[in-house]
Design a protein around this ligand. Structure first.
Ligand SMILES: NC(=O)c1ccc[n+]([C@@H]2O[C@H](COP(=O)([O-])OP(=O)(O)OC[C@H]3O[C@@H](n4cnc5c(N)ncnc54)[C@H](OP(=O)(O)O)[C@@H]3O)[C@@H](O)[C@H]2O)c1
Length: 254
């Protein structure tokens, strides 16, 4: 039997929301496995710092995930800088509202959909337009959430957009096969700024309830992303990998 190969040497990858948290860890994992990486988010100085720390062929380009012109500019930059595009990681997300779904305003809903859901279609469409899928081994990874598979208090509307990410993954996988594989990751609670309100106060209690006994680190998600873009996953498309320490199973038994 052949060796499982998680190297992605020479692939060009663009990671949205790449300045910190899960996106930054995905960028580092891909760069560490040989990829050339463009990190995008809204703040150039944070991207520059992340790219310098990751090293290798890693560079930052400021782009608002929810604005099509920004998407086009960032993808054109990636192609211009590195000569093509093999991997798109739709990772950026926002959560402007905490509370029951019926308390959300129209503009908060619009913002959540714009960045978490609509952007995924825009970036994927524009990535294909600049050549994603022209070469073998192309793939898209969408970062969803286990909240898209369950119900939770406080972040119900954000989770609606994450459920949409899971379905868009299946739909786009079917539409883009065989040229581009499209898969998703559904993380559980990971210690990043986005989820700080959820883990800062009650993190220990949540960790104790989680079957694997701890909260997630960005690297837990990055290793799944590296697997999905590598040739080791060349027969996977339309799939969603749950990476949650067992949280979806319910509280630890016994
Ligand atoms: N942390 C968790 O527990 C958890 C669980 C399940 C799923 N997720 C998902 O994992 C992904 C990454 O989240 P994270 O926890 O790593 O969050 P994070 O640490 O807050 O990082 C979010 C990243 O997205 C960027 N971003 C936010 N809004 C943006 C916009 N409008 N345009 C461009 N970039 C934007 C941020 O940079 P700027 O603000 O500088 O633009 C940053 O780089 C998200 O899809 C999130 O829904 C997280």
């Amino acid at each position: 039997m052949g060796r499982v190969d998680l190297r992605v040497d020479g692939k060009v990858a663009l990671v949205t929301g790449g300045s910190k948290g899960i996106g930054r860890a995905i960028g580092a994992a891909l760069a560490g496995a040989g990829a050339k990486v463009v990190l995008t988010s809204r703040k150039q100085h944070l991207l520059d710092a992340a790219a310098a720390e990751i090293g290798g062929d890693t560079v930052g380009f400021a782009a608002h995930a929810g604005e099509p012109d920004s998407a086009r500019a960032a993808l054109a930059f990636a192609v211009d800088r590195f000569g093509g595009l093999d991997v798109l990681v739709n990772n950026a997300a926002t959560n402007p509202y905490l509370g029951p779904v019926l308390g959300i305003t129209e503009s908060q809903m619009d913002k959540t959909v714009q960045v978490n859901q609509r952007a995924l279609v825009t970036w994927t469409r524009e990535a294909v337009a600049v050549g994603l899928g022209r070469h073998p081994g192309a793939s898209v990874v969408n970062i969803a959430s286990i909240g898209g598979l369950s119900v939770e208090s406080g972040i119900g509307y954000y989770n609606v957009t994450k459920a949409a990410v899971l379905h868009l993954t299946r739909q786009l996988a079917a539409e883009l096969a065989p040229a581009v594989r499209v898969n998703a990751i559904a993380p559980g609670l990971v210690k990043t700024d986005l989820a700080r309100a959820l883990w800062e106060e009650h993190g220990d209690t949540i960790a104790a309830r989680t079957p694997l006994g701890r909260l997630g680190e960005p690297e837990d998600i990055a290793s799944a992303a590296l697997f999905l873009v590598s040739d080791a996953a060349s027969w996977m498309t339309g799939a969603s990998l749950v990476v949650d320490g067992g949280a979806l199973l319910g509280p630890k038994l016994g």
